[in-house]
Structure formats: structure tokens, C-alpha cells
Design a protein around this ligand. Structure first.
Ligand SMILES: [Zn+2]
Length: 282
């Protein structure tokens, strides 16, 4: 999901203790199950810390003439993941897979509980976190690095959010939350409200489209230690969760978007065509 920057205090590995943090409007609950945590390696701290000037854009909701604009930073290049301008130069990180690769268009398989503690799965998770942060982005699904497994990672920070206009983040109900690693996520909507905003995806570089998402969702699954986890989220975090879970079903945002809103990033601020629904909560 969206791109951004991060504060140094957010760079440390969060949520590895099995506690029950309340993240803004997102509550995370853990129900411990027997797991030997010491066998896992901690998530490596990201080495990439781009300057603010390197950030080209943010996840967008801007739409001239619809009352939610105010996104005045010019053509954005961000989207689900942002900051395409200063990628980390590292041959160690997997490439982000682009649309057209079958791995993005086919369902991923569940991770078996007995696999979770393996070096392979832990390495995949570490790589995903690094790739997400290097983009930088706010969410990533395993198929996006070519791994057809049901694993997602996501995080959003005050610093990332600070790069977007306040009106925009307010309309999106965008709140910071610490790193979440969810294996075999099962997403369910809560309530009947939905929200329409523009989305982008690093696997679909250079484009945006409006997608209607549930305003509130509940996601259950396992954390990187194999412990049950439940995330109740609303607003922008709920959108990130839906976007990433869709990846695990082989669905890209372009499969769900309102087609007539599809556009290049450069045209993001142009008015919507007649007949398109308005941005916002409904
Ligand atoms: Zn995506």
C-alpha cells in the first residue's frame, strides 16, 4: 500500500513480544499457543531511511472538484507503495513482482503451522518486511515477491502519514500502526459502511484507480510465531488489509476498481468522469 517514510523509533522490530497493544483505532489481540520463540530470528532493522525530499507521493485520495482534494504536491508516484524514486540499492532483496506474472493472479496457498518456524518462512517474512520498508510502502503480500504463500505484512507510521495532506488523511481515517505480520489471514467485514478512495500498487506501477472497500474489518490468522492473532481495523488500515488479503486470492486492485476512474499517476488530480461515484465514506 502506500509509500512513505518512517520515524527512527518505528524502525525497531515491533510486536515481537506477544503483548496486546492498542494501535490507534486498531486493537490487536494475541492468544498464546505453545511456540518456542527463541528459534526465530528477529526482524532485521531496515537500513533504508530516505529523506523527505525523496518521497514523491502518498496514497492518494485527491480528486479535484470532489471536495477531498488538497493534495498539492503535484504528480505523485506513490500508491500502495510509495517512494519509487529512491529505492534501496541491494541485490539481497527480492524484486517486486509486476502485474502479468501468474503468481499475482492465482490464489496463494496456506502456510502449514509446522512450516511457520522454519528458516525458509522466517526468511520470507524478513524479506517481505525489508522490501516493504525499502519501497517504502505500508503493506506487502508474499506473492508480490514471487512467493505464493498466504503471508502479509503491513505498517503505517506518523512520519509516513505526515507526508500526506491532513485533509486527505483525515478523510481516509488514516492512523499509524506498528508492524503486523499475518499468516493465513481470514478477513471479514464489520458493519455495513464502505469507503471509496484511490489505490495504487507497486505491482501495477504508475497507475491508480478508485476502489470501494469495507470501512471496518476483522482479520484473524497467525503471527510469525504461529500464535493466533486478531486485528480489528477501520479506515485506511482496513483498506490496506483488504488490499493485501486480495493479493493472496490472486486479486489486484484493478480487478475491483471502478474502471472509469483508472488513470496514470500524472493524471491523478484530474476530475472524475461523469457518472463516477464520489470519494469518501458511504
Ligand atoms: Zn498491491
Amino acid at each position: 500500500m502506500e509509500g512513505i517514510q518512517r520515524l527512527s523509533h518505528h524502525l525497531s522490530p515491533p510486536q515481537l513480544t506477544g503483548k496486546c497493544p492498542t494501535l490507534g483505532r486498531t486493537a490487536v489481540f494475541y492468544t498464546p499457543i505453545p511456540v518456542i520463540k527463541s528459534q526465530y530470528e528477529p526482524i532485521a532493522k531496515p537500513e533504508f531511511s530516505p529523506s523527505k525530499s525523496a518521497i514523491k507521493v502518498n496514497f492518494i485520495t485527491k480528486n479535484r472538484g470532489l471536495g477531498l482534494n488538497s493534495f498539492s504536491t503535484g504528480p505523485a508516484r506513490a500508491g500502495w507503495f510509495l517512494g519509487l524514486g529512491e529505492k534501496k540499492k541491494s541485490t539481497e532483496l527480492p524484486e517486486i513482482v509486476k502485474a502479468g506474472d501468474p503468481v499475482l493472479h492465482e490464489p496463494a496457498r496456506e502456510v502449514r503451522p509446522d512450516e511457520i518456524g522454519s528458516d525458509r518462512i522466517q526468511k520470507i517474512i524478513d524479506d517481505m518486511v525489508k522490501v516493504m520498508r525499502a519501497a517504502p510502502g505500508v503493506g506487502l503480500a508474499a506473492p508480490q515477491i514471487g512467493i505464493p504463500l498466504k503471508i502479509i505484512v503491513l505498517e503505517d507510521t506518523e512520519e509516513y502519514i505526515g507526508y500526506a495532506p491532513k485533509e486527505e488523511t483525515k478523510a481516509q481515517d488514516r492512523q499509524p500502526f506498528d508492524l503486523l505480520v499475518i499468516i493465513n489471514p481470514n478477513l471479514q467485514k464489520k458493519g455495513n459502511k464502505s469507503a471509496l478512495f484511490f489505490e495504487g500498487c507497486l505491482s501495477v506501477d504508475g497507475f491508480r484507480g478508485m476502489v470501494e472497500r469495507f470501512l471496518e474489518v476483522e482479520v484473524t490468522g497467525l503471527d510469525r510465531y504461529g500464535e493466533p492473532i486478531k486485528v480489528v481495523a477501520s479506515g485506511w488500515q482496513a483498506r490496506i488489509l483488504q488490499h493485501e488479503c486480495d493479493h493472496l486470492a490472486g486479486t489486484l486492485y484493478v480487478d475491483k476498481m471502478i474502471k472509469k476512474t483508472f488513470r496514470t499517476v500524472e493524471n491523478l488530480q484530474l476530475p472524475l468522469a461523469n457518472g463516477c461515484p464520489k470519494l469518501g465514506v458511504r
